[in-house]
Design a protein around this ligand. Sequence first.
Ligand code: KG4
Ligand code: ZN
Length: 323
Amino acid sequence: MKILGIETSCDETGAAVVINGRHILSNVVVSSLKEHTRYGGVLPEIASRRQLECIQPVVEEALRRARTTLQDIDRIAVTESPGLIGSLLVGISFAGTLSAALKIAYVAVDHVKAHAYANFISPKRDFEQPKLPAVGLVVSGGHTNLYLIRSFKDMTLLGKTRDDAAGEAFDKVARICGLAYPGGPEIDRLSQGVKKGELQFTCAQLPDTLDFSFSGIKTAVLYHVRNDKPLSARSVRQIAFAFQDSVVRTLVSKCLLAARRQKVKTILVGGGVAANSRLRERLKEEALREGLNVYFPPLELCLDNAAMIAGLAYHGRTTSKES
Ligand code: KG4
Ligand code: ZN
């Protein structure tokens, strides 16, 4: 089954063609990110206007790269939620119109769950898909969710952030330190230059739950910066390292706790923060020690893309449960 996926939840316009929920024929993403940088976050008005301009050429390019035509598409998949409403509506209207004109099925996809699905798709013809059941951690700019994934029709939410999402905390801490938006990649890059950590910030642990809280650590960084003015480049690197280290420790320990509790052997990670080099390294190391298999998507599939939307849509609509 050949599925055309469309993703327009935020500032990226994506279109992709994926076969049978696994083989990526094309995956095109354009972003209006640069236009938002000076505002320190995504401006919904600009994002939706760019979506309108980009949607048609991006879909045409995805079809061209997949060497296919609309007549060969079996199903249209589109991000339904969550996201910026103006941006979402561009993709939803475009996909709805295409499906009506072509008289083919239309599947509405949950963007957050699709991030976990990014581990199941590849441009390679032969690759091993992860084995289910698994614990899925989705860490993005808007969400920090832990799921038990028995199948892609059956995902149970085990825990979530009670305040800021992990990516949001990265972005806010970066802003406090005077770094550019989006802050996650900047903090990741600056931390890599630190040989020895001299600071410590702690995340609220919320023991015995699989929930997260990242707003306290963000405030701790804010108070630290207020007392440490003017900030030197060296202290920014130290702050970045200490903040990242604490967030990563928390994410790793909750993933391992969820895997132990649910007695599963596989952990799947997805979302923009899954691109974080320290998280990739630490979770792999810790999981190996406990005999668990950990999967991270390649970097281009961690960030928003339509291939994960087309992939998940192969399984039909996913129902949601809270544990
Ligand atoms: O999944 P995504 O592209 O969009 C949402 O659905 O939110 O995630 C974007 C988030 C941003 O907060 C960004 O700072 C963060 O992912 N991010 C990172 C890294 N790359 C992107 N956070 C930490 N380390 C990174 N290397
Ligand atoms: Zn996302």
